[in-house]
Structure formats: C-alpha cells, structure tokens
Unconditional design. Structure first.
Length: 472
C-alpha cells in the first residue's frame, strides 16, 4: 500500500494538466517525481468510477493488453497498479505521451487529399494487423482515439484500448455483457449492438478503419451504415458525394468500391481481411497511372456493382419482416373467438391510421414494416387482444434490429405483462437472459421462416398474456 492510498499515483507522478477524458476515465499530462522513471512527459489515466467492478476489471485488462503490445503505432505502458483491481485501492495507469493532435483536431481545419488519407489508413491498418495477429480487437476506433504523432500524418498512433477484447479472455465472465452496446457515436455498427454475439469480431475494426478513411477525405462522421430516410451508405449521402465529386473519375470509382464493400449491412459482405483492403487501397495510390483509361474506369464500375449487395440484403430483411408481421396478424386475428364474446381484436394505428388502435371487423389490413435504416431497426404495433368489460388489452409492440447474419424473433414481456415487446432482427445468437426474453423464431437472412413452430410459440405467448390482463 502506498503512502498516498487515496491517490496512489501521487507517490511517483506529478500532474501537470488535465488533457481530456471520456466515459471510462480522465487523462492527465504528468512527469515523474523521482528517478524511478526517465525524465519525460507521460500520460496518467485514472478511472471515473473507482468503485465499479467492471471498470476496474477493464482497466486491468487494458494494462495486460498494453504489456503485450510492442508496436510503434501504440503507446507504451510505463506504470500501473492495476494488479490491485480486486481491492479497494484507486487504480491508475501511466503510458507514453504522444505529442500531436488527435485526428479529429487535425481534420477540423482541412480534410486530407486522397493520397495522404489512404497512406494514413494503410499505416493504421499495419498497427491493427499487428493487434489482430496476437488476438486483440480494439472495438473503439474513432478520430479521438488516433493521435498524429508530431502532426506527421505518416506516424498515426492508436490509443485507448479500454473496451478492447483479447482472445485469451474468451472465457472471461467479467467482459462487457452482450446486452450492452459497444462502439461509439462516430460510427455505430449493428454487430456491436445489444445482444449480438459478434461484438468480438475483428472485422468491425476493419469497418471502423474504413470509417476513418471516409472522415479524413470528407470531414464527415459516417455515423451509421445506412441513413434513416433512403438507406444510403455514408459515401452516398448528399454532402459526402459533393466532397468526393472533386476526385477524378478514375479515382472516384476506386474509392467508391472501397466504401461500397466497407459499408455493407452484413458483416460477412464487408472487407474480410486487412491484406484484402490494403490491396484495394494500394490500387488507389497507383491509379494515377490509369488516368484517362476508360476501360479501367468501366471495369471499376462493374466491380462496384458486383461488390455491392446492400439492396439485396435490405430487400431480404424487408421481405422477412413483412412476412412475419403478416403472419402475426393472421395468427392472432381469430384468437378472441377462442376466449369468448368478452374479447375483441385491436389493430395498430400503423395499419389503419387511427389514433391508437381500433376494434376491427372485416377490414383488410395494409401491413407495412417501417424501417429506420440509420438505427437498423423498425418498431410498430400489429395486433392485440382486448378484454371489453375491464378495458384492458394485451397489445404487443414489435421492434426489429439488424446485427449479424440471422433473423431472430424474440419476445420481451414486461414485468406486469401488459406491454410485451417482440424483436425481429438480423442476429447470430438469441441473448442468454432467459428471464426477460422468449425466443420465438430464428432463421437465416436468406432462408425461409419456420412458421409452423412460430405460430405455436406466438399463440402460447398471447394466451399467457391475455391471462395476465384478466381481473383477479
């Protein structure tokens, strides 16, 4: 135990100034107080919530990861007391200080030219490839987590491994739970969302690096794979297209191909490896030799069309969601007859345009899944069952989400059982929280749902729901 048990870093380190912070912790510029460390400037990171066991475990994990890394594109670990993460001692870590602006600040005044941006991206990919080769996935790549060392774009440094994943922790039980969303506001990827089993997939890092490339040449955050209104990818949106339009056509076709693949909905359809992406980027650097070659430009256009499958993927998801909604309606519509004359059907506003929901008799529904592509979700009510004497109804809400490569239908009954939710989404695993979720259907994105079992599960669910709304 140090003499400064409430601020153990003060034994060897003197704080010069606060240089930033985020959700995980605060960072400070420090210098050593004694000869235990070489005279220089360093960075101190301490936790915001020292009593949070998960945060403490994560700092320990970040320190262990930095101890294993030896790469010029990653700051070196200098000092830490993270081995005390299971005690009540405040934790800290000291890393090498990297002089220079963050990429966010560097780009604030002026975007990069295409060649500088591509070279920077390749350098970052070298660092990322090193991490992946030893089993480390960063998961939080954004402009604030990249420092341009000495403001020289040839020496980018990747920082903040606070939510990174190491394959040696594959069986760890204290990692970020799958019900928590990972990633950042710079670029929200569906596979890093809640309940996804793909939260540890290295391909998300590759996609985030492509988001960095997009930012360096447009000055815009990619934000989402698809926007909410038209389902456009980042480089297909109006402002970005204007920024990219200054590029010569022979180069524009190549950078569009990189982004077309990078920003696909399904992770399996994006760039699968760093060498593959590097090859495409090097081709951009060499494209000056192809200026004016119409054949090469046409070939690139053909490649773009063949490589982009977002439209097909969107249609597959829309079709499956539509089929599921229609099936729910027609399964539930006749169920009140089984309960007796005290029960009636209530149909959602999205179908008939009423203020909340209507009793319906003999009306043909106009069912349509309304999708917000920016959040990769849709949410709407379809049909409920009402107990007329008590005016109580069992009226589920349906929410869809995209993450991974499968469509999963899950019910989320609330504690009172009055407003359960169903989730329909592209996912690779139903969450393990069995107390809050009931799996109803699971199907490949390109497969055909098993509606026989789905009908049985759905009827059981509605029967249990109706029972809960009845007066005691």
């Amino acid at each position: 135990m140090t003499k400064n048990s409430s601020k153990p870093w003060e034994e060897n380190w003197k704080i010069i100034e606060n240089i930033g912070g985020g959700g995980q912790g605060q960072t400070y510029l420090v210098e050593p107080k004694n000869n235990s460390f070489p005279a220089n400037k360093y960075v101190l990171k301490k936790l915001n919530r020292q009593n949070d066991d998960e945060r403490r475990s994560r700092m320990r994990r970040e320190v262990v990861i930095l101890e294993t890394l030896d790469c010029p594109g990653i700051p070196k670990l200098i000092d830490s007391n993270s081995q005390l993460f299971q005690s009540d001692t405040p934790l800290y870590m000291i890393t090498e200080f990297i002089p220079g602006d963050t990429l966010y600040d560097f780009i604030k005044t002026e975007v990069m030219n295409i060649f500088s941006a591509v070279n920077l991206t390749i350098k970052l990919l070298d660092t990322l490839e090193y991490c992946h080769q030893i089993g480390i996935v960063h998961r939080d790549i954004k402009p604030d987590n990249i420092i341009i060392k000495n403001n020289d774009i040839s020496t980018p440094v990747l920082i903040d491994f606070g939510i990174s994943f190491n394959k040696v922790d594959e069986s760890a039980t204290d990692l970020t739970p799958t019900w928590q969303r990972l990633g950042n506001r710079f670029f929200q990827l569906p596979e890093l969302g809640e309940k996804s089993s793909l939260q540890r997939d290295h391909r998300s890092d590759i996609t985030q690096i492509c988001g960095i490339l997009f930012f360096t040449i447009t000055g815009k955050f990619p934000l989402y794979l698809l926007d909410s209104e038209n389902g456009n990818k980042p480089h297909q949106r109006k402002e970005a297209k204007q920024k990219l339009s200054v590029l010569p056509e022979y180069m524009l076709s190549k950078i569009n191909r990189v982004f077309d693949i990078a920003f696909e909905i399904k992770i399996d359809s994006r760039w699968q490896s760093i060498p593959e992406l590097k090859e495409a980027l090097i081709d951009i650097l060499e494209s000056e030799n192809q200026e004016g070659n119409k054949t090469e430009i046409i070939l690139d256009r053909i490649k773009n069309k063949l490589s982009s499958s977002s439209h097909t993927q969107k249609k597959l998801f829309e079709n499956i969601a539509q089929k599921i909604i229609e099936k729910i309606y027609y399964i539930v519509y006749d169920m009140p007859k089984e309960f007796g004359s005290d029960f009636g059907i209530i149909v959602a506003t999205e179908i008939f345009g009423s203020s909340f929901g209507d009793f319906v008799c003999g009306k043909s529904p106009k069912l349509e899944a309304k999708i917000d592509w920016s959040k990769s979700t849709f949410s709407q009510r379809v049909v409920g069952i009402k107990h007329k004497p008590s005016e109580k109804s069992f009226f589920p809400e349906f929410e869809g989400y995209i993450t991974g490569n499968e469509v999963v239908v899950i019910s989320f009954p609330e504690r009172q059982g009055l407003k359960p939710k169903f989730h329909i989404g592209i996912e690779s695993e139903i969450s393990k929280n069995k107390e809050k979720e009931v799996g109803l259907l699971r199907v490949s994105l390109s497969g055909e749902p098993d509606f026989t079992n789905f009908a049985k599960h759905l009827r059981d669910f509605y029967v249990e729901g109706v029972e809960r709304i009845l007066p005691d």
